[in-house]
Design a protein around this ligand. Structure first.
Ligand code: GLN
Length: 414
């Protein structure tokens, strides 16, 4: 009798575990965004959960892509991205931040920022290595670390003066000799925090101290409010050589389904990233690439119009949540507001996760729990257990309807 050799550790289970997506019966669940959007559809709830715009980006940009399809731009683009888009990305970073990049060797186009982050982590970290993120963190960051077989460590954001700030003592304790990569997401999903100079300098110091690479997620870089400014960490002294900066067109131009993102940084790091990226998707988005090249060069007015409109909608959401009795944190960037839902919690609905799953039925509004962005059972998960995230990238009427429903719900609890 020969016994079958044990199956190798199934990586998909590790990914599900790392993202908190193992159900009590052992099956895996879809992401919290997918789950909440499905629940919103089923119940007819106003969907302030998953962050995607309900109005498409500029018509003229979409027309460039449509024309590209008609013109026969439909086969594989170069794996690194078409030259026109790489040049536009470099020009855009120079215009906004004074960063000088060689489009030939220092820019790689990816299938959204998500692919860029995953490729960077897979390229730079493996078993025995640690990858540090801010906590709460975006779910795909944790998934990428699990795919790499690396260990995920976290530096918490803690409440500070009505906002969230990085725990600098924790940063020093967490970043150590095994830390290969530090993922820096600013403007930050889900909290809307925009890291300041002091926080970025502390991260840069930590990275230099242990010789780690910084991988950024800057996809909300242009969606800033109340005079906030975004500083790419690669612009800090000595950081350009150890940073992979990642952003995308999805949020900036309300074209999330096009999945055009990019990574920029020193040639050696781009080579490492591309070595992995070419076997994840090889290349993609042929007709979208020329359209995003034009959008980056000529779309500043559209971005500013979106930003202003979002700032207005942010105000509606903040006012509405306050009127419904919740404590909110004003985001400096992104299109999310986090709220402490403690006043609405009960014995049957003891935390934000239970509330978010019940609220579509109870109140006709969908949101997502902040604990979904935390390591299961971590101190941050415990501290933020009562918190939920609402998005304001929905039309004004949807936000107004949702806020009226929440006020009614809050009043009805009496
Ligand atoms: N980035 C979006 C959010 O934070 C979700 C995208 C997704 O569903 N993967 O809401």
């Amino acid at each position: 009798m020969t016994s079958r050799p044990p199956l190798p550790a199934p990586r998909w289970r590790e990914v599900a575990r790392a993202t908190g997506l193992i159900a009590p019966d052992g099956s895996t669940r879809p992401t919290i965004f997918t789950e909440m959007s499905a629940l919103a559809r089923r119940t007819g709830a106003a969907n302030l959960g998953q962050g995607f715009p309900d109005a498409d980006g500029p018509e003229w940009v979409r027309e460039v892509a449509a024309q590209a399809i008609r013109d026969g731009i439909n086969q594989y683009p170069p794996g690194q991205g078409i030259p026109a888009l790489r040049r536009a990305i470099a020009a855009h970073r120079q215009r906004h931040y004074g960063i000088v990049l060689d489009p030939e060797t220092e820019v790689v186009v990816t299938a959204g920022a998500t692919e860029a982050i995953t490729a960077a982590v897979l390229a730079l970290a493996g078993p025995g290595d640690e990858v540090a993120t801010i906590e709460p963190f975006y779910d795909s960051h944790a998934a990428a670390i699990a795919l790499a077989g690396a260990t995920h460590t976290t530096v918490p954001l803690v409440p500070d003066d009505g906002g969230f700030a990085l725990d600098l003592a924790a940063l020093d304790a967490v970043v150590g000799e095994r830390t290969r990569v530090i993922i820096v997401n600013t403007p930050h999903n889900p909290t809307g925090a925009v890291l300041g100079r002091r926080e970025l300098e502390a991260i840069a110091d930590a990275a230099r101290r242990v010789d780690a690479i910084v991988v950024t997620d800057e996809v909300y870089e242009h969606l800033l409010y109340g005079g906030e400014r975004h500083t790419p960490i690669s612009t800090l002294p000595g950081m350009a050589e150890r940073t992979i900066s990642i952003s995308s067109a999805g949020k900036t131009f309300s074209l999330t389904g096009w999945k055009i993102g990019w990574a920029t940084g020193p040639a050696a790091l781009m080579e490492a990233l591309l070595a992995v990226k070419q076997f994840l998707t090889f290349s993609g988005g042929a007709p979208f690439q020329p359209a995003i090249a034009r959008a980056l060069a000529e779309g500043d007015a559209d971005v500013e119009a979106l930003r202003r409109s979002l700032e207005h909608r942010r105000g509606l959401l903040l006012d509405g949540l306050r009127a419904a009795g919740l404590t909110v944190v004003e985001p400096g960037g992104t299109y999310f507001v986090c709220a402490d839902a403690s006043p609405w919690l009960t014995a049957e609905m003891p935390d934000g996760a239970a509330l978010a799953r019940a609220l579509p039925e109870l109140a006709g509004v969908a949101c997502v729990p902040v604990s979904a962005f935390c390591l299961q059972g971590s101190p941050t998960a415990t501290a933020l257990a009562p918190w939920v995230r609402f998005t304001f990238v929905k039309d004004e009427e949807t936000i107004r309807t949702a806020m009226a429903r929440l006020r009614e719900f809050a009043a009805g609890r009496g």
